[in-house]
Design a protein around this ligand. Sequence first.
Ligand SMILES: *Cc1c(COP(=O)(O)O)cnc(C)c1O
Length: 427
Amino acid sequence: MDLNIKVNDKNHLDIGGADAVDIAEEFGTPTYVIDEARIRDNYNRFYSAFSKYYPDFKVFYACKANTNLAVMKILESEGCCIDAVSPGEVYTSKMIGFSGDRILFTGNNITNDELKFVHDQGAVLNIDSVSALKRLSKVVDPEGLKISFRVNPMVGAGHHDHCITGGVMSKFGIMDNEAVEVYEMAKELGFNPIGMHSHIGSGILDPEPFKLAIESTMDIAGKVHQEAGIDFEFVDFGGGVGVPYTPEENVVDLDKFAEVNVGLFKEKLEQYDMGNPTMYLEPGRFIVADACVLLVTVNSIKQSYRKFIGVDAGFHTLLRPAMYDSYHHIVDASKMDAPMTQEVDIAGNVCESGDLFARDRPMPDVEEGDVLGILNAGAYGFTMSSNYNSRPLAAEVLVTDGECNVVRERQTFEDLYAQQSIPPHLK
Ligand SMILES: *Cc1c(COP(=O)(O)O)cnc(C)c1O
């Protein structure tokens, strides 16, 4: 089993050297618990694997996976760059200390004001449509401004249809067959287009689908280089490197992944005589997913037509199971050594029958009061959470060498309506 699970001598789940049951007791549940060392380790393993084969390599962390300020600060200190997909992410990154040149902005369906804001923050704009290109040229001075384009490489991959971002059904990027024309248009407008970007999907565990993305993106880049005379400073192949969520899945063999894909990248650079542009990748999930556990408490066990283990969190806390039908491994953090004795449904506290974390899941003899750990909760966990059912957002705790720091307070009921007001005639 390749899941990131550690157990201490009390047979409790260990997170970064701290006892999960103690954390639940001290800070309450539901709480996202983040392991600082694991984030650093994931980043460094990723960076070394690729830079070993191609030193001109940069990691742009896709921060939509997890924008907790402490997580961003950890990655800033490692020298990582940021892939931002909204003005809010650009703003947060700047606030954390990332300089504009360390932020690549890949937005879609962006307003003129947003384009100008992102440009004024100094981030590099990765343009997704001809519309955005033309509008950008009107709201900023295009003369010599470095930009890149997101292309649709016509291949897609991912763990769910919603996560496939290439191909004819995708809303993302400019078409492969209009690329030359669009880069020429950018030059005519005065821009300095020096980058190309693609992102085919998410949750990819083997090198093969990724090779397709590299191949078709490089074929587009090669054509743009030769026909539009663009000298690329960088080519960015997006994110998508997966992590195992089930006990059956294996970790990505990063060295092989890098060797195969960098090999193809270099071949294509040579084929099209493109020199040595920097290679960018934008992992989100890979950096943060397995560095965080969502701790919840079992509050009721019900034997109905099925057996339901009821917990104090729901899809407002962690949306992935309900939204993507995603598997998250769940452990009883209070008794990690207990044998599996039953198959149960693990249900949340939202008033919707789709609010389940697991169906027919093998579990030990879970009791009311037990703390469960929902693993791999670091990516698209907190960032997709909501106040649905008027539930306050969960707390977040960072563990560093066994020391716990609250990095986000649990919301209060007052927070739920802090931004609302009742007009005078209703008072
Ligand atoms: C979401 C996203 C990523 C990260 O995807 P992961 O599967 O988390 O690695 C990278 N680039 C872009 C443009 C994205 O939208």
